[in-house]
Design a protein around this ligand. Structure first.
Ligand code: CS2
Ligand code: MG
Length: 402
């Protein structure tokens, strides 16, 4: 059995997605997500120029060997572009293997550890009142876990909050917009937000919050401590984690559980964080961290240290990645929670998928492979459109973390 052809498909049904389709000489094909928000064309170029030509003629069932070939064999290891490209091929090969075995990928990984996956949705508002309303809406929709973000008085725009209530998409068409940031305002405001939410809904639904890498370690420690009375499920991306040791300081000051890793691309990015039990949830995703083959290594390592998974699931991870995440989560013994930011209706049409939301959980049927498709004719009607995440600046003009 041989890989005959690999196609990269770039489409923008409301936002940009890159997908690989690996075709075999036996008619079976597999899909993989290769979307790297704001750097989409770097991954498709890397695949087209440097990965795909090397894979034609290889046996698609040699998933591990192809992974090692693309990682070790390239000499240049890691990095988001490389690891996203490897992830896309890896996902597609697991999809093929599942179709050949006539089994879902979760069966190939070792079978179901659970029947359904707890998910969290995004409640956001331009102010506290709108955020509380959004939490009520999520509870009515069946969510058992809700991330809460709110605008900050004095800041014209804040990450995680849409222009109008409801849908939020972090990337914007055109060149990167600039947004102001002021940590002092945010720190004053955020504990009050959670007090209002807990007063309104009580302690039953899980609440989560994303600090989006904006804080220094000591500021993050202060926030974690201030949020303790509101019993958060997690505080996410409290500080940038290139310096993994930074989390030690936060950990020493607060019992608020910590999650990090949506921008990580390999096990080396979280080795100390997990090994020293400095975090509680690892957020690395299948699309950005080398696919199922590599993320399985991260999850197994995390399990040894009582760290659970809490994968990134924003709109820039395509339904192909979400399908892989659902298969993975059904298997992973240390699954924790899955982020769910629903795609728009057109994206769901371009990528028909089997997974679905039911009463606060994601479920899927016993379908072969990943359980996701691409409507290529529809995808072709929506070509790439330049779009970027915003950038953040402090009030004096300094660049800050977005
Ligand atoms: C966010 C994302 O979902 C999250 O937790 O941090 O919206 C993130 O900003 C984007 O996915 C970046 O690509
Ligand atoms: Mg985040």
């Amino acid at each position: 059995m041989k890989i005959e052809r690999i196609q990269t498909i770039v489409t923008c049904p409301g936002r940009n997605f890159v997908t690989v389709k690996v075709m075999t000489d036996q008619g079976v094909y597999g899909l993989g997500d290769a979307t790297l928000n704001g750097r989409e064309l770097a991954v498709s170029a890397y695949l087209d120029a440097h990965v795909i030509p090397c894979l034609i003629g290889r046996d698609p069932r040699c998933i591990e060997d192809i992974w090692q070939y693309l990682y070790r064999g390239a000499y240049w290891r890691r990095g988001p572009v490389t690891m996203t490209a490897i992830a896309a091929i890896d996902m597609a090969l697991w999809d093929i293997l599942g179709k050949l075995a006539n089994m879902p990928v979760y069966q190939l990984l070792g079978g179901k550890s659970r029947q359904r996956l707890l998910v969290y949705g995004h409640a956001n508002g331009r102010d506290h009142e709108e955020a509380v309303d959004a939490v009520h809406r999520h509870i009515a929709e069946g969510f058992k876990a809700i991330r809460v973000q709110s605008g900050v008085p004095g800041l014209s725009k804040v990450y995680g909050v849409g222009k109008q209530p409801g849908h939020y998409e972090p990337a914007e068409k055109g060149l990167p917009p600039e947004e102001p940031w002021d940590t002092a305002l945010y720190l004053r405001h955020t504990p009050e937000l959670f007090r209002k939410v807990r007063d309104a809904i009580g302690f039953e639904p899980h609440l989560l919050h994303d600090a989006h890498h904006r804080l220094t370690p000591i500021e993050a420690a202060r926030l974690g401590k201030a949020l303790e009375p509101f019993s958060l499920f997690w505080l996410e991306d409290a500080t940038p984690a290139e310096d993994q040791d930074a989390f030690r300081l936060i950990r020493q000051h607060t019992t608020t559980p910590l999650a990090v890793g949506e921008v990580f691309n390999s096990i080396w990015d979280c080795k100390d964080l997990i090994g020293n039990q400095l975090i509680d949830f690892i957020r690395t995703t299948i699309v950005h961290a080398g696919g199922i083959t590599h993320v399985r290594r991260i999850a197994d390592f995390a399990a040894m240290h009582q760290v659970r998974t809490g994968f990134h699931g924003a709109t820039d991870l395509s339904p192909v990645c979400m399908a892989a995440a659902v298969n993975f989560g059904l298997w992973a013994p240390n699954f924790g929670i899955q982020e769910l930011m629903p795609h728009n209706a057109l994206t769901d049409e371009v990528f028909p998928h089997n997974y679905r939301f039911e009463d606060g959980y994601l479920v899927m049927d016993e379908v072969p492979g990943l359980g996701v498709e691409i409507d290529e004719a529809l995808a072709a009607r929506y070509p790439y459109e330049r779009a970027y995440l915003p950038v953040a600046r402090l009030r004096d003009g300094s660049m800050w973390n977005w």
